[in-house]
Design a protein around this ligand. Structure first.
Ligand code: ADP
Ligand code: MG
Length: 459
């Protein structure tokens, strides 16, 4: 049964290959007039964040904001593997029954966990926050997985990415799922906007700076969004929005092309991933994968050239044991004896007593993998600027601002510097002097709250 399903998916994938971008149903970015108390919830990585903000309109702007970050227990992220395990243990019961009921259970469990954390956060709301008499709390939900949106506050999951995998939940209406989980918690709150982290970052970025034209995420995964004239969108069959603009969620992580040079390491990583054949660009660039690529290269260097001696260190064989933050720490080691590299090799991979020469080789591998990712990411940004006509010197000297978010860009300095240098290289000095990449730290949280405000049921 799974074989047939996979074949069908592969066919569908083939058909959809040409375009992977999505209309966001966001046709107006925040104006600055937004007022009142709004909540946001951001799900899409290893952590999820909850946020509340008191908006004070044109003058008051963001009066006060508070947020909290909660990590998601790993067992809630990958339902399928447990279902399969369960399945093989209890094979006397009907197939279908087990698959359906238990997958729903895990999905519900994830949303219940989130709703419970949100309920706790709401309970801690202080006196600086004011909800108008008789009003329901409203929430912007940032759900950073590919969603087929059917309105501003509804959409169905197309697929999981970034290590989440709860297979049979694909197709579920994520707002309906969250709303029932909120009900189960007895939390009286309405989801008025469903957005992606890129859309949230774009909205938050624009609220902050009127020259923001696109948003890019470089964190666990990668994606981008930009503002398009609605009449240039072939997929748009509805009435043209008043503003004439529509925000496009590119889902660029899923970009793949024969022009992307994939090495044997990339191919093996992809084949053994939870989503083979998908998110190829993301697997070359984003924080979830860079450390893992380095591990694979080091393993091969050990197998073929005894990099770490004649025995292969057992830990080096464990997928995803070397995380991108480890890689980044080794890469930024400036001590003469590469002390941090030595310490990380020991602590993370259990490799003791490495020579300086070996440590240098490890840094070289980090350098190649990080810079390749950063240069490919810069090429993606250049593509967006080209689409917007911002890649040629204009007669009017307008700024072009890209709102950027994500831990990879924020913390991996060599990565972000390489990205900026590459973009400058591609745009040339004249154009790049008016292009700014602005780190919008958790801009997506505020952005989602602003979009919840802009789509409030009380407007
Ligand atoms: P998410 O993308 O999961 O929403 P973030 O934007 O905070 O969350 O990004 C977290 C990701 O950023 C991590 O998965 C990791 O890959 C990367 N990251 C975090 N810290 C560092 C670091 N110090 N160096 C390199 N990469 C980092
Ligand atoms: Mg994020």
């Amino acid at each position: 049964r799974h074989g047939r399903r996979d074949a069908r998916r592969a066919r569908l994938r083939g058909r959809q290959q040409a375009r992977d971008d999505h209309i966001s149903y966001v046709d107006s970015l925040p104006s600055g007039q937004e007022k009142g108390l709004f909540y946001a919830l951001d799900l899409g990585g290893t952590n999820f964040r909850v946020l509340r903000v008191q908006l004070g309109g044109k003058e008051g702007r963001v009066v006060k904001q508070e947020c909290d970050e909660i990590s998601i227990p790993a067992h809630l992220m990958t339902g399928t593997s447990q279902v399969k395990l369960f399945h093989s243990q209890f094979c006397t019961l009907s197939d279908q029954w087990i698959t359906m009921s238990h997958v729903m259970f895990f999905f519900q469990e994830l949303f219940d966990f989130i709703a419970a954390a949100l309920a706790k956060f709401v309970a801690s709301e202080g006196e600086d926050f004011h909800l108008l008499e008789g009003r329901q709390r409203e929430l912007g939900f940032t759900f950073s997985f590919p969603v087929k949106q059917s309105s501003i506050a509804s959409g169905t999951l197309i697929k999981w990415t970034k290590g989440f995998s709860i297979d049979e939940t694909v197709g579920a209406d994520v707002v309906a799922e969250l709303s029932s989980a909120l009900d189960r918690q007895g939390l009286d709150m309405k989801v008025t906007a469903l957005v992606n982290d890129t859309i949230g970052t774009l909205a938050g970025g624009r609220y902050d700076d009127n020259d923001v034209v696109a948003a890019v995420i470089l964190g666990t995964g990668t994606n981008a969004a930009y503002v398009e004239r609605a009449n240039a969108i072939p997929k748009w069959h509805g009435l043209l929005p008043k503003s004439g603009d529509m925000v496009i969620n590119m889902e660029w992580g899923n970009f793949r092309s024969s022009h992307l040079p994939l090495t044997e390491f990339d191919q093996a990583l992809d084949a053994e991933s939870l989503n083979p054949g998908e998110q190829i660009y993301e697997k070359l660039i984003s924080g979830m994968y860079l450390g893992e690529i380095v591990r694979r290269v080091l393993l091969k260097m050990t197998e073929e050239a005894s990099l770490f001696g004649d025995d292969i260190p057992p830990k080096l064989k464990i997928p995803f044991i070397l995380r991108t933050p480890h890689m980044s720490m080794m890469h930024h080691d400036t001590s003469p004896d590469l002390r941090t590299v030595g310490a990380k090799l020991k602590d993370v991979l259990g490799i003791q007593g490495t020579s300086l020469k070996t440590r240098r080789l490890v840094v070289d591998v980090c350098d190649i993998v990080a810079k390749r990712g950063a240069r490919l990411a810069a090429a993606g940004i250049h593509g967006v600027l080209k689409k917007l006509g911002r890649d040629i010197p204009g007669s009017d000297k307008h700024r072009t601002v890209i709102a950027m978010d994500g831990g990879l860009y924020e913390h991996y300095t060599i990565f972000s510097e390489t990205l900026e240098n590459t973009l400058r290289e591609m745009l040339g000095e004249e154009v790049s002097s008016s292009v700014v990449i602005k780190l919008a730290n958790d801009g997506s949280g505020i952005g989602a709250a602003l979009l919840a405000a802009a789509h409030s049921q009380y407007l």
